[in-house]
Design a protein around this ligand. Sequence first.
Ligand code: SAH
Ligand code: SF4
Ligand code: F3S
Length: 471
Amino acid sequence: MSKKLFIKTYGCQMNVYDSGRMADVLAPLGYRPTSSPEEADMIILNTCHIREKAAEKVFSELGRMRAIKAARADRGARTLIAVAGCVAQAEGQEITRRAPYVDMVFGPQTYHRLPEMVARVARAGANGAGAGGKSSRVLETDFPVEAKFDELPETSASAAPAAFLTVQEGCDRFCTFCVVPYTRGAEYSRPLADVLAEARRLTGAGASEITLLGQNVNAYHGADADGNDRGLGYLIRELAAVEGLKRIRYTTSHPRDMDEELIAAHGEVEALMPFVHLPVQSGAERILMAMNRGHGMQDYLAIIDRLRAARSDIALSSDFIIGFPGESEAEFEATMDLVRSVGFAQSYSFKYSPRPGTPAASLAEQVPEELKAERLARLQDLLGAQQDAFNKASLGATVPVLFERTGRKKGQLVGRTPHMQAVHIEAPAGLLGRVVDVRLTRALANSLAGEIATRPGTGPADAEIAGRAIA
Ligand code: SAH
Ligand code: SF4
Ligand code: F3S
């Protein structure tokens, strides 16, 4: 009998990818996805621990899920509640203690074991052994010896036009503010052939774009058929030959691992999009050192120069942490200067959030919240102005847009330019998954509006699409 599965995903793209893989691994057990938790036989919260706010959300959401579980129980229906992801890994014990109605808590490296965990809980529930008692509950937060990716089933039969593919997981860098090395474990790269096989499956299932994912994706060093370690630049060149794959992106890369082969790929591989998310966190040398980033501000600027030399129209995005312990006004200004000298098309910026167990959390000189907020607002004004300027500069241009999904308004599709700008456009749903020339006409708050372009001589596919859309 078919059962319903509801997954709510928090955090980074890797969690989005993982949620898909959890659905894949549960499908043979009869679980089919639903967007409504009220009708779900199993609810999974796939959580994020990166900042305090992200982790807090989980407990409030669990309260809601508890009420749904109780209401369903009144109707005689059983609901399994599971907490997965990085909060599960970091605070597994705490969750089982605080939330006795949670049936399963398991970390990111255990997803291949899900069928067995579900069976354990279901068995205990069926014979009454665990009616709310401890014996029926699962807590899996050890890092298993077997590799998750070797055990997970193949990705599912249908893929979004812009799909994610995890090639690297975990991190050995230990930036002093960051929980990822603790929640995701040691750095691991998937073999080249596995990645290529998954890319072929994804394109076969409808993907036109693939974003290669990793916590530190350019540390990728997958073995090829001869056992040689190959880097991300090499992998991207191999991927470019995959039939039907029109666009390649990768995220998140670390400045320390930006090697020559990857930079060169930006100048040579047409499918590799001219956009790089390269977090710098701070523009102050002393803070970068205290963060254990392993690079200085000048190193970062030099990488940007090399990227621009390889591909002049490359657009950049970054992450910033404001108010790292001890950050002075001058050090904050150094970050503002760095932003001014690079010019970012997009960016994410956060107030420093002390994370339990990380070295920076116990440093003296924590910056007061109000000061962090005030500095963050100044930085975000600057970054927002840069993003607006970047978007306005592209108005009037005709650019290829991959239509990724339907918009909220009827008859509207949402796509992305090569530079990752979201574009809203009136277009027939038949264009989903296609790359179409679009003339950018208007800048909206966080996206652009455009119209399908009729450009003479751009080849039969574009002409055909333009004709159809306009008719
Ligand atoms: N691997 C990536 C970042 C992954 S975490 C890198 O090395 O750049 C995503 C972003 O969250 C980070 O870039 C950082 O800006 C932010 N972040 C991580 N820990 C944080 C903390 N304790 N407080 C505030 N922001 C944090
Ligand atoms: Fe966290 Fe640093 Fe690893 Fe990025 S490189 S995941 S910020 S420890
Ligand atoms: Fe969050 Fe874990 Fe991703 S902490 S950002 S979900 S790796």
